[in-house]
Design a protein around this ligand. Structure first.
Ligand code: NAD
Ligand code: UFG
Length: 337
């Protein structure tokens, strides 16, 4: 079976590609490399020991997208391509709507035209907004605090409408919690970019000596130690959920939604101390103010994915901290002094 991965050179898409190849699937990748490197394709082929086709293609380019679908017998799509930086989406919303929504609409049109009926979509826990109690359940009301989050809510709605109108079409929406970690080879992972917005990339940059200290954004949250709590999930566990979702699509009608998390929350301080212990690094800490819009706690109710997909996570916070740093150390670290 040939699976098209959009955004397949990115952090999550590249790990999905390797998992699919290891499970006997053929893959094709589309990426415009706006947030990834071309050499990831070669590295994926090296890790999996298999080759595959990749297209340097923007999802919004109708002509090129037609060509990809015409040239390949695609069985299903895993749709990861999109812009994902929250503050950037607030500062400059139009490209976020153009890219994430426009790209998805173009993809769905091609799928319809070429009779490709199955799609797995990378959504986010951000759709639970500010007002739901934890743990988050799939049926809760959705809201967003930024344009990035709205694109996820809108795409979820588009998929529901599309699968209602097109009776053969099926979609699995996967709401990722906080993916961190990297492939155990240390050859692929989350590419560091400038000053990171998210906690784990920030920790790694500080550990690599590229930032003077780590920043703890708020110590007055209503949590056990006062710092924000999130559901960190190892990217290698996350991608296994995609294989399960693909298998499940054969037995679904319409659209189904699954949370992909561990079901457990860890605080900022817990992540920092685990990172330091596992990697034998001491990081300088700086207390900073809360980031606007940040919530106290976010973690998943994972019972639906467990029951319906037969999926649950296996890797620990220690594994996540070790593998994230292993990737940065191998590829980007300059100094650990
Ligand atoms: P990423 O930026 O590493 O990967 C996305 C890939 O899509 C990149 O390689 C980029 O070049 C490509 N891309 C973007 N726009 C494109 C377009 N128009 N045409 C073709 N390629 C395009 O991001 P990621 O962390 O791998 O995230 C993958 C998906 O998961 C995204 O949709 C993201 O919103 C979602 N998600 C990520 C997280 C996270 O913390 N990483 C959490 C929740 C949801
Ligand atoms: N934090 C710090 N210091 C930092 C960065 C973050 O203390 O330098 C704190 C935050 O305040 C929060 C926690 O670390 O309490 C996690 O923050 P992240 O930015 O790593 O993760 P978020 O849960 O805030 O958001 C991320 C993505 C969203 C996505 C969400 C769920 O940025 O787009 O995960 O998938 F929706």
């Amino acid at each position: 079976m040939k699976i098209l991965i959009t955004g397949g050179a990115g952090y999550i898409g590249s790990h999905i590609g390797i998992e699919l190849l290891n499970n006997g699937y053929d893959i094709i990748i589309i990426d415009n490399y706006c947030n990834s490197d071309r050499n990831v394709i070669r590295i994926m082929q090296q890790i999996a020991g298999k080759s595959f086709l990749s297209y340097d293609c923007d999802l919004r380019d109708k002509h090129q997208m037609e060509m990809v679908f015409r040239e390949n017998a695609i069985s299903a799509v895993i749709h990861c391509a999109g812009l994902k930086c929250v503050p950037e989406s607030i500062a400059n919303p139009i490209p976020y709507y153009q890219n994430n929504i426009g790209g998805t609409l173009n993809l769905l049109e091609c799928m319809k035209r070429y009779g490709v009926y199955k799609i797995v979509f990378s959504s986010s826990a951000t759709v639970y907004g500010l007002n739901n109690p934890v743990p988050y359940k799939e049926e809760m009301l959705l809201s967003a605090t930024n344009p990035y989050g709205w694109t996820k809510i809108m795409i979820e709605q588009i998929l529901k409408d599309f699968t209602t109108a097109e009776k053969d079409m099926k979609a699995a929406i996967l709401r990722y919690f906080n993916p961190i970690g990297a492939h155990p080879s240390g050859l692929i992972g989350e590419k560091p970019e400038g000053i990171p917005n998210n906690l784990m990339p920030y920790l790694c940059q500080a550990a690599a000596g590229k930032l003077p200290s780590i920043k703890i954004c708020g110590t007055d949250y209503r949590t056990a130690d006062g710092t924000g709590v999130r559901d960190y999930i190892h990217v290698c566990d996350l991608v296994k959920g995609h294989v399960k979702a693909l298998e499940k699509l054969d037995f679904l009608t319409g659209t189904e939604i699954y949370n992909l998390g561990t079901g457990k929350g860890s605080s900022v301080l817990k992540l920092i101390t685990t990172f330091e212990t596992v990697n034998g690094i001491k990081l300088k800490r700086e207390i900073s103010k809360r980031r606007p819009g940040d919530i106290d706690e976010s973690y998943a109710d994972v019972s639906k994915a467990d029951k319906e997909l037969g999926w649950k996570t296996e890797l620990s916070l220690e594994d996540m901290c070790r593998d994230s740093w292993n990737y940065i150390k191998k590829n980007y670290a300059v100094s650990t002094e």
